[in-house]
Design a protein around this ligand. Structure first.
Ligand code: NAD
Length: 422
């Protein structure tokens, strides 16, 4: 039912269960609905309260395992958290088809993030730019003093960039480049840029406005590469169809958006399972895909001298294994354990490898039989559930819908009634 008001004074001061009771009251949730939600939310318990605000429960997302992956010579089982059917199956399937050529190979930049400082009110932006460079060693000292642990771990301030934006009046933007080692680094970098503000005003004579991390983490790129033998993937015809599909995505933003969404199906699922920030990775990926001025594909598909299909993926990967929810959420800890992760570099490589293989499977299906057959048979289980099927009914109903080539809830409800009436 619609609520009378969304103004709930002191809501944040209530306990999680009190908040849930209040919401149930205001929105007319039944006792049973409230109990079911409470039971589903129970496992994360108190931890949820510390991850975000105004918590009344949790939302459970399936946590599955992608098999068959060899990444940089090591077999690895990869946890993926996703509500979408076909995503994990596509990774397992694609990873199998590049095992004979050694799996997926990766490379990475240093773990550098960019912090931005916006400086306005300047008649002489180029002189301000020069003044900032004159003070680079003090900038380094101020940044490094903000996080001495990071410096001990080999990270910290690395470089300064200063751009003059062609606006009227001009904006000077200082970038600090910080190696965040095994952290994603948002909080670390934000602390540094805020700390620098007073000195930057003093040195430039301008006014410091925004001080914040940039999610276009193009100093933290990861690359993945894999070779798929033509004989394994269905022959030269399939290989060439995949290459043409890849070129379509490179040239056309409408196609590239869906192409990259498919890549992110795999990437975001591993990022989420590991307790990392899916929005940070997604924002960086899409901005990187548009770096030429036209939004384009994140992967490239080619043919090598032996006639094998080769695929490559490159994108920013701002993730960590400390900080955020990575060390707090029990499922994230479980994910790290399953992947045997001890560095952010290895996690970044795994995430990129999954994205590449996901794209291979999607392109192969699209360029040959289309995705609906494979997708629909998995999606049919969801539709069967939505129609009210339980237990063994789910699979039987899903098969009936796929056979009838009609995977829709109304149709499922109709068959379910027939099934139940014998
Ligand atoms: P954090 O604030 O917990 O900082 C990590 C700290 O851990 C570092 O300061 C470092 O001193 C310490 N540390 C311990 N061991 C380390 C190791 N081996 N390597 C590196 N550091 C080590 O976490 P963070 O990574 O700075 O921030 C990440 C969080 O910030 C994410 O949850 C993200 O959602 C959030 N966030 C994102 C944005 C954005 O993307 N724009 C903005 C604000 C906050």
């Amino acid at each position: 039912m619609p609520v009378n008001t969304s103004r709930i004074s002191g809501f944040h001061k209530l306990s999680r269960l009190e908040r849930l009771a209040k919401i149930a009251d205001l929105t007319g949730l039944s006792k049973e609905e409230k109990a079911a939600f409470s039971a589903a939310s129970a496992p994360l318990g108190e931890t949820a309260d510390h991850l975000c605000e105004n918590v009344i429960g949790t939302m459970n997302i399936p946590f599955g395992i992608a098999t068959n992956l060899i990444i940089d010579g090591e077999d690895v089982l990869v946890p993926m958290a996703t509500e979408e059917s076909s995503v994990i199956a596509a990774v397992c399937n694609g990873a199998r088809q590049c095992r004979d050529t050694g799996g997926i190979f990766t490379s990475k930049d240093e773990n550098c993030m960019i912090g931005q400082i916006q400086i306005s009110g300047l008649e002489n932006p180029f002189a301000a730019r020069a003044a900032l460079f004159e003070n680079i060693s003090e900038i380094k000292t101020i940044c490094d003093e903000c996080d001495t642990l990071l410096v001990q771990l080999g990270g910290g301030f690395r470089d300064l960039e200063v751009r003059v934006l062609d606006t009227n009046p001009p904006i000077v933007v200082a970038h600090i480049i910080v190696d965040c080692r095994d952290a994603m680094g948002a909080n670390t970098v934000n602390t540094m840029v805020e700390k620098l503000a007073d000195k930057v005003e003093q040195w430039t004579g301008g006014k410091v406005e925004l001080r914040i991390l940039s999610n276009l983490a193009d100093r933290r790129l990861v690359r993945a590469r894999a070779t798929f033998p033509a004989s394994t993937i269905g022959g030269a015809k399939t290989r060439d169809a995949i290459i043409r599909a890849g070129r379509f995505a490179v040239a056309d933003p409408y196609r590239a958006t869906t192409h990259n969404k498919g890549i992110m199906n795999g990437i975001s699922a591993v990022v989420l399972a590991s307790g990392n920030d899916t929005r940070a990775v997604e924002a960086g990926a899409h901005a990187y895909a548009a770096r030429s001025g036209q939004y384009s594909a994140l992967t490239r598909w080619e043919k090598d001298n032996e006639g094998n299909l080769t695929g490559t993926l490159e994108l920013p990967m701002p993730i960590g294994i400390v900080g955020g929810a990575t060390r707090v959420h029990p499922s994230a800890q479980m994910a790290m354990k399953i992947m045997n992760i001890s560095s952010a570099d290895r996690l970044a490589s795994i995430i990129a490898a999954v994205g590449l293989v996901q794209n291979f499977s999607a392109l192969k299906a699209l360029a040959t039989e289309g995705i609906q057959r494979g997708h629909m048979s998995l999606h049919a289980n969801n539709v069967a559930l939505a129609a009210g099927a339980v237990g063994a009914e789910i699979e039987i109903l899903a098969i009936k819908m796929v056979e009838a080539k009609n995977v829709r809830v109304e149709f499922a409800e109709q068959i379910l009634v027939e099934m139940r009436n014998g």
